[in-house]
Design a protein around this ligand. Structure first.
Ligand SMILES: Cc1ncc(COP(=O)(O)O)c(C=O)c1O
Length: 379
């Protein structure tokens, strides 16, 4: 399927950047520098954990050792490697509900018991998590999206992060923190990462932090990474070696020159502002059309997603059918729920279209929702 929306269709479905968000000139410059400086290594096979200068750059950013960094062709494949390595250990896996649909779909391939923990705008359902731990569950790991959560766009408060870290330390629980959107903050203050809190408590061994340059620079370069305890990094690198011998080093060298050339800060300022305007366009139109209709939506401080919760009697799948006829599309909630649920929810991605198209798409969605609400006698 093409990543571009069909002609006339406004897509809130896929979490992809708009082409105007790519730092095209800077990447061209970085590519030239990478060719001049690194072609002898970057055009060859290389270490499975990735291009050494980029590993060092990422390690310095995270206050980690280069041996803790594994760079992969995007962070999704890193998640699959981690699952392979970590599921050597017995025990179920704690997953937020809702959660990233890519992670939810891994469930089928692992046949591992999932312990669902509800996540919403108020935070994480700690009572449930504490109940699991108190009743003797020994999870292999806990997979979390603390910042600009996919799909809800919400961010865990610092107090929740500290509570999670207390639980992790108390129960020897590994926290896998997936954070591809954290750099895309356009409002509010940045809370500490789970990793930084664990490291400050001398418990860095309980942290896996993963991120990606896909949403921040360009997904086509396929550069994601993990900051892991060194032994785990070695095991993940061994799986990488078995899988593809060497990752493509060329895009890693290009990203390295982009970062070392100091292009990231100005680029981030530019795309954060684009994203802020797009979020504003979406939530303003939702408010204009759905206020008082029993629907709720998140208002994220960054990232790509708004989460829309419709009145319970309205099915997001039915609404999607109406919306597609009207020329707008989104992802209905159930794909994000590991335990069933989400029937009346929708993920709306605001990264791809410009503000005019977002406003037009939101108006189409609102009109379809209003029509359905009349149909079910709720408006
Ligand atoms: C939460 C989350 N994790 C991981 C990924 C994978 O991204 P990539 O493989 O492009 O780095 C995505 C992409 O949508 C995501 O939303």
């Amino acid at each position: 399927m093409s990543v571009l929306a069909e002609a006339g269709m406004i897509s809130f479905a896929r979490g992809i950047p708009a082409p105007e968000m790519f730092p095209a000139d800077e990447l061209a410059e970085a590519a030239q520098r990478a060719f001049a400086r690194h072609r002898a290594t970057a055009l060859n096979y290389g270490p499975p954990a990735g291009f050494a200068p980029l590993r060092e750059w990422i390690a310095a950013e995270h206050g980690a050792a280069p041996g803790q960094i594994v760079i992969t062709p995007g962070s999704y494949i890193l998640l699959t490697f981690l699952v392979r390595v970590l599921l050597d250990a017995p025990g179920p896996v704690v997953v937020e509900v809702p959660s990233y649909d890519g992670a939810v779909s891994l469930r089928g391939s692992t046949a591992r018991r999932i312990l669902p923990v509800r996540r919403d705008e108020t935070g994480l359902d700690f009572a449930r998590l504490e109940h699991y731990l108190a009743t003797g569950e020994r999870p292999a790991f806990c997979y979390l999206l603390p910042t600009f959560h996919n799909p809800t766009g919400t961010t865990l408060a610092t107090a929740d992060r500290e509570r999670l870290v207390d639980l992790a330390i108390g129960h020897d629980l590994l926290l896998v923190e997936d954070d591809p959107y954290g750099r895309l903050r356009f409002a509010g203050a940045e809370p500490p990462s789970l990793r930084s809190l664990l490291v400050a408590r001398g418990a860095g061994e309980l942290s896996v932090f993963m991120s990606s340059f896909s949403k921040v620079v360009a997904p086509g370069l396929r550069v994601g990474y993990g900051v892991l305890p060194e032994r785990l990094a070695q095991r993940v690198a061994a799986v990488a070696l078995d899988t593809y011998v060497s990752p493509p080093l060329w895009p890693q060298a290009e990203i390295y020159e982009f970062l070392a050339g100091g292009f990231l800060p100005a680029h981030l300022s530019r795309i954060r502002e684009l994203l802020r305007l797009r979020r504003d366009a979406l939530v303003t139109r939702l408010a204009a059309g759905l206020d008082g209709a029993g629907a709720r939506w998140s208002n994220p401080d960054g990232g790509y997603f708004v989460w829309l919760e419709l009145p319970a009697q309205l099915s997001a799948a039915d609404l999607l059918a109406d919306c597609e006829r009207a020329g707008v599309t989104f992802v209905p909630g159930p794909g994000f729920f590991a335990d069933g649920g989400g029937a009346s929810s929708a993920r709306l991605c605001f990264s791809f279209h410009d503000v005019e198209d977002i406003a037009a798409g939101a108006d189409r969605l609102v009109a379809a929702a209003r029509g359905r609400l009349v149909g079910v006698g709720a408006a």
